[in-house]
Design a protein around this ligand. Structure first.
Ligand SMILES: [Zn+2]
Length: 214
């Protein structure tokens, strides 16, 4: 089965993609991971991606598409995949369709859109804390330290990353809503889009996905 997972930051895409991958024995292809490995392996496209990432720019569509195309040429995608983080734009989605048609003689089966209200996303994302000394991650609601504000491992004062502050989170969510709308409409028009309520526990959301895709 060929799946795409869409959803805002904080919706739990990576976790659900991992579960789908393990239970269905298909690879979890995250664009972040394949971009990083192309950069590490110093491939031609990887070098191009690195230049943009170092400048803090978005990696251009053609580079992301090229790296994804190379990843989709591997043998392990013969029975399916779950894509996470790609496509991000309608142009990338159109490229994915043609890569699948030309190189794999296939097409997507379903696009799962994890739907989580903004207030819940803000609660999830602003609760993250990290230990600046040992790097351990916490969450004030889901994975709280034993003593408020202190690392269980080393006792350091926990910090909130700049990216997890409410104003930054709100900004990221707005950017996501605006940029994802055309993509969601594109898949809806193709009849591939399935909305899944992403509010419950990891297990509940996973069950809802499995129920819907069968
Ligand atoms: Zn620590």
């Amino acid at each position: 089965m060929y799946l795409v997972l869409l959803g805002p930051p904080g919706a739990g895409k990576g976790t659900q993609a991992d579960l789908l991958s393990r239970n269905r024995d298909i690879p979890h292809i995250s664009t972040g991971d394949i971009l990083r490995s192309a950069v590490d392996e110093e491939t031609e496209l990887g070098e191009e991606a690195r230049e943009h990432m170092e400048r803090g720019d978005l990696v251009p569509d053609e580079v992301v598409i090229g790296i994804t195309r190379q990843r989709l040429a591997a043998d392990d995608v013969a029975d399916g995949f779950v894509l996470d983080g790609f496509p991000r734009t309608v142009r990338q989605a159109e490229s994915l369709d043609s890569i699948m048609q030309q190189d794999m003689d296939g097409s997507l089966d379903v696009v799962i859109n994890l739907d989580v209200p903004e207030t819940e996303l803000i609660r999830r994302m602003t609760g993250r804390r990290i230990c600046p000394t040992c790097g351990r991650n916490y969450h004030l609601v889901f994975n709280a330290p034993r003593s408020l504000g202190e690392c269980d491992e080393c006792g350091s004062d926990l910090i909130q990353r700049e990216d997890d502050k409410e104003s930054v989170v709100r900004q990221r969510l707005q950017v996501y809503q605006k940029s994802s709308k055309p993509l969601i409409d594109y898949y809806d028009d193709l009849g591939l889009l399935v909305n899944v309520d992403g509010r419950g526990s990891v297990e509940q959301v996973y069950e809802a996905i499995e129920d819907l895709i069968g």
